[in-house]
Design a protein around this ligand. Structure first.
Ligand code: FAD
Length: 340
């Protein structure tokens, strides 16, 4: 229920205005977001590379309705690619189709993404082309994102891939389609609010589906990404790769910036390739809300910031809100982590 509430709030413009103007929330966002500028993102990139971790950079933004805004996102994507080459960092790019104009017009979005891929190809120039992953958003975009990927591959772009979500009941079919296409895939559990008619409502079913998809992907995929912080699934992946004689270097683990840094490092030390998804930019609100929905105990950090910010104002609305959030977070923690 709390997950649903947070995901519903992630789409509220009024809430976005309120939260983004709140200094404590900005500080909270910094836990999951590398900063607001490209320079911040490149600094995070260098620091992660120094620990042996590769990066995928994401300029935050989604559900764009203005052509100008989508074109600006395309221009920023190109600036990111140029910065990656210029600085020689180990990084690629993640893009949200709805940020590139998928809601405006499919042809317009295609052209916008194709310009980015073309630049990534040029920047290869004798070296490896920079890979661009089309993130998967809510189910309203699934067909259009897969179609877009397919059209780009058919147009000759080999440096594009996309994401499949284990919680969607349709994903086994989509996986077959994408394997036939031969694109690089990232497997995730899925981060959006979906009706049970199309997505498994129970975590156990999502986890089971994830493991089944992971096995197929490891055997038949083209350098797939197993993107999860779930230790049980990571262990199942390691076991499967070992049993099937699949080389550690033929796939990568991916995790989100600021989450389970210990695990990222441990896997790297064990010889696995690990890539960290590094988001940056000013549009961090929906991204932050999805991270809170995944783990409502994160609300405790928000509360901590509120208390630090207003230590004397215990009767104010912020303190009241903080109290309610603490209660919810504590109840959630007790129900899940504590019993595990
Ligand atoms: C690299 C990457 C790219 C992604 N791209 C997409 C995408 O394109 N489309 C999409 O729908 N989803 C995407 N996701 C999000 C994904 O769908 C899940 O919502 C998210 O990864 C949490 O699920 P989990 O697999 O970690 O498992 P969970 O069962 O949710 O979590 C397992 C454990 O991981 C830790 N953990 C998980 N989330 C958090 C958090 N927010 N804060 C602190 N600890 C946490 C906790 O210890 C938790 O017990 C992406 C995730 C990653 C790692």
């Amino acid at each position: 229920m709390l997950r649903q509430a947070l995901l519903t709030l992630s789409r509220s413009d009024a809430m976005q205005r309120l939260v983004t103007g709140w200094p404590a929330a900005r500080r909270m966002a910094r836990r999951f977001v590398a900063g607001e500028t490209l320079e911040d993102a490149m600094a995070a990139c260098r620091a992660l590379n120094a620990q042996g971790l590769a990066v995928t950079l994401d300029y935050l933004g989604e559900a764009v309705t203005e052509r100008r805004e989508a074109e600006a996102a395309g221009a920023m994507a190109i600036r990111i690619l140029e910065a990656i080459r210029r600085e020689g960092v180990e990084a690629n790019l993640s893009l949200k189709p709805s940020q590139m104009g998928l809601d405006i017009d499919e042809r317009f979005c295609y052209d916008n993404v194709a310009r980015v891929l073309e630049r990534a190809r040029q920047l290869g120039d004798g070296q490896e082309e920079i890979f661009v992953c089309l993130d998967m958003e809510s189910s309203a975009y699934t067909d259009r994102t897969l179609d877009l990927t397919e059209r780009l591959v058919h147009a000759g772009f080999r440096n594009v891939g996309t994401v499949l979500q284990a919680y969607l009941r349709r994903t086994p079919n989509d996986l077959e389609r994408m394997l036939r296409l031969g694109v690089r895939l990232r497997l995730v559990k899925g981060a959006y609010l979906e009706p049970s008619a199309i997505a498994y409502p129970d975590k156990a079913d999502v986890d089971r589906a994830y493991v089944e998809l992971m096995r197929i992907l490891l055997e038949r995929g083209h350098y797939p990404a197993i993107a999860t912080h779930d230790e049980r699934i990571i262990e199942a992946t390691r076991r499967w790769a070992f049993e099937r004689g699949i080389a550690k270097t033929s796939f990568e683990f991916q995790m989100l910036y600021g989450i389970r840094r210990d695990l990222q490092q441990r896997l790297r030390e064990e010889g696995y390739n690990v890539r960290v998804y590094v988001p940056f930019g000013e549009q961090w609100y929906p991204y932050l809300m999805r991270r809170l929905a995944e783990r409502p105990a994160n609300l405790v950090f928000v509360v901590g910031n509120v208390v630090r910010e207003r230590p004397l104002d215990w009767r104010g609305p912020a303190a009241f809100g903080a109290g309610v959030m603490t209660g919810i977070a504590a109840a959630w923690w007790w129900r899940t982590d504590h019993r595990r």
